[in-house]
Design a protein around this ligand. Structure first.
Ligand code: UDP
Ligand code: MG
Length: 354
């Protein structure tokens, strides 16, 4: 079980200061998955545009930094709004600056539209791959509803510049969640770690990935993506930024209970074959029961208190049961191996060459 050693991967970034080790200001891409987000889109665009503008003005990021909205097959007019923003044409990061001089330049906003709804994880992944394609140095994914505090972006960029390849946004409290969501989230992280998958508790999909991490992520060919498990698995130098999770700005959650359960099941089954292995152990337990029944039969026969037929029925029942379960477990082991193979995950990830 390697899960004990994994958390080692999360080392705090070199503390700010040592300017010799600082990376240059990156070209940043903000990746925003949107599914029927018409109510919040303009607000989000304004806030993120202003954020990029401020960071560029402070010399923390390059002025060629952009916001990419990934429309996950929305059925409202989300895409029309994205199109309008993208053709808005106020130059570079200065878009937010009303009355910017070079208003003829390209818009700070861009968009990518899925033909149909493929889910949040795929939308984030698509945006991340787009970041590689457009030559961004790092990308940050954040929700369209502004629940992920845009002000945490400053610290994420600072950690990146200080040497972190992955920066996790971690909520400092779950005060804005219902007790139900808090409870299920807690149970989920517990189960994931019990099954040997390393996740970062209270981190959703608000995270920064540098180019090296993005390149590594691109090697994961599986169609059933669970980024919260894959990213910590990449093993790059990482750090955390804590933030207060806000209430959704407008509109309602696009993650109803059904989608949440499906997501949790995806998380478990895309990383662990332990549930299959449990069949084998169940078979072992049945066999133990069969042994106990055998002992009980012998004792009751010797004591003269045997009930006719009890031993033969119970023994055959539990013995056949355990044989079936153990066989299923063995078949399951092979299926588990096949499952892990067909994902074609990279065998290793090279961090550096000198
Ligand atoms: N989202 C998406 N595709 C989906 C569902 C959600 O791209 O099928 C996006 C959504 O637009 C938002 C983010 O994923 O930007 C998180 O969704 P939401 O805020 O509804 O989830 P919650 O915060 O309620 O868990
Ligand atoms: Mg939300």
């Amino acid at each position: 079980d390697t899960s004990e050693t994994r958390p080692e991967a999360i080392r705090p970034a070199r503390s700010a200061g040592g300017s010799e080790t600082m990376r240059p200001a990156p070209r940043l891409l903000l990746v925003v998955p949107c599914y029927n987000e018409t109510e919040v889109l303009e607000t989000t665009a304004r806030v993120l545009g202003e954020k990029l503008h401020a960071l560029a003005a402070a010399g923390q990021i390059q002025s060629s930094s952009r916001v990419l909205f990934v429309d996950d097959g929305s059925r409202d007019d989300t895409w029309e709004k994205i199109t309008r923003l993208a053709s808005g044409g106020a130059g570079g990061v200065k878009a937010a600056d009303s009355g910017a001089e070079d208003s003829a330049g390209p818009s700070v906003f861009s968009g990518l539209k899925f033909a149909h709804n493929r889910g949040h994880q795929n939308a984030v992944y698509a945006g991340m791959m787009e970041a590689l394609a457009v030559g961004a140095h790092c990308a940050i994914s954040l929700d369209a509803d502004l629940q992920d505090d845009p002000n945490a972006i400053d610290e994420m960029v600072a950690q990146y510049r200080a040497g972190s390849e992955v920066v996790y946004g971690v909520r400092s409290s779950r005060a804005t969640d219902t007790a139900f969501k808090r409870g299920t989230a807690h149970a989920f992280y517990g189960l994931m770690s019990a099954l040997g998958t390393h996740t970062i508790p209270d981190h959703a999909d608000f995270r920064l990935l540098g180019r090296a991490a993005l390149t590594a992520l691109a090697q994961y060919g599986e169609s059933n993506l669970f980024l919260r498990g894959i990213v910590p698995d990449l093993g790059f130098r990482s750090s955390k930024v804590f933030y207060e999770r806000a209430e959704r700005q407008a509109g309602e959650s696009k993650y109803p209970l059904g989608k949440m359960v499906a997501f949790a099941l995806d998380g478990i089954t895309s990383f662990s074959v332990t549930p299959i292995r449990m069949i084998f152990w169940l078979g072992g337990a049945s066999f133990l029961v069969a042994l106990l029944a055998a002992v009980y039969t012998v004792v009751s026969v010797l004591g003269g208190a045997a009930v006719a037929g009890w031993g033969s029925i119970m023994l055959s029942l539990w013995l056949i049961g355990s044989a079936v379960l153990v066989s299923l477990g063995i078949v399951g082991e092979y299926i588990g191996k096949i499952y892990l193979e067909v994902k074609h995950r990279p065998r290793y990830i090279v961090e550096e060459r000198v």
